[in-house]
Design a protein around this ligand. Sequence first.
Ligand SMILES: *Cc1c(COP(=O)(O)O)cnc(C)c1O
Length: 457
Amino acid sequence: MLKQVPHKIYLTEEQMPKQWYNLRADMKEKPEPMLNPATGKPAVKEDLYPVFCEKLAAQELDDTTRYFDIPEPVLDFYKIYRPSPLMRAYNLEKALDTPAKIYFKFEGNNTSGSHKLNSAVAQAYYAKEQGLTKVTTETGAGQWGTALSEACAYFGLDLTVFMVKCSYQQKPYRKNVMQTFGASVVPSPSNTTKAGRAILAENPETGGSLGCAISEAVETALHTENCRYVLGSVLNQVLLHQSIIGLESKQAMEMIDEYPDVIIGCAGGGSNLGGLIAPFMQDKLLGRANPRIVAVEPASCPSLTRGRYAYDFCDVGKVTPLAKMYTLGSGFMPSPDHAGGLRYHGMSPILSKLYHDGYMEAVSVRQTDVFDAAVQFAKLESILPAPESSHAIRTAIDEALKCKESGEAKTILFGLTGTGYFDMTAYDSYLKGTMKNVIPTDEQLEENFRKLPKVNG
Ligand SMILES: *Cc1c(COP(=O)(O)O)cnc(C)c1O
């Protein structure tokens, strides 16, 4: 008789990866370079130094080094909450009556409640190593701010978090968690920066956006001594740190003789998806395997499925370098949708390039359909998923149902990026039946495309 795969597959601490994997090293066609907006030329390390600390600037621009050693102090912190489990969703499979095998990598087993801690620890460590005393950042849903406050408390750094105003109002306890770890939290747009004041003057009632909070955090870092800015998604360095998700997943699947046919992840700025798929995409790029890879985004903020592949600013205030990515335009203000972590106008340049070149697919899903899946999953697997993560659950369920029709016993792997304890306002509106699906019209998108910066190439 076949031995049954256990519900949870854990690596030991010793088996945990000691290096991050840089997917760019295996891409024959590299992502387009970041541009310095002042010169229109590819950014060099020195252009990034005022904003990022040096080691992170180097990682950001490195397209060739395949593996980076994880520094010992980062590994020590990782061991507090990693390795994270790979889980088999037996109950969900049974309820769907599907021949598919559904696995998920669960990143919600830490206080920040998401995968974001994987990069927060690394970024705080490098800042400390360089002798900095402060960092600034933005947070949308609050997971990144929480993760970074944990990391900054551990390494002894001051932190100011600009929190998107609608999240600040929807999730007051998130703010308290960050404050518990010692961070100062400012609702964005705020009147503490030029960028914030400009946005408030134009639209005093705005609930804010990630792009706007980024402008405020960058501006503050530039004007504060011994301070740099850190970002929780989109950047190449963040995808590098998040590769630990995929490396652990692949190793755990090998232990049970499995390999995914389909890999699914939600995509906001692309960091969890980029990390989850990294070693599998390597197989695909090197012709060793050919799994399908699916990015899932909200219909309210559809950068891959309806955006343009173009150079754009990473923030509304236009203070960041230009990145070539799928974008809705840096001025795009998504509706105050509940999946705060997916409300970003752009997408990782690495994933944008891979998507553009046909290595992955993308789908967009409606919020109410996402919550149908979240509630079904919660009841069956006894985990309260974050709204962001539930986008991946929705698509995993849809794929499993297709397998039921076709009779194919595919192996599905999806990323369960976090838990939803701070998202009860969203669950509340879903359960009351007041949740709406706000989807931008083509005209609204066009208006923002017209404002994309003009860049040659
Ligand atoms: C931030 C966040 C996301 C989206 O960010 P990516 O960079 O696209 O991974 C997804 N899930 C959770 C729980 C998050 O906190």
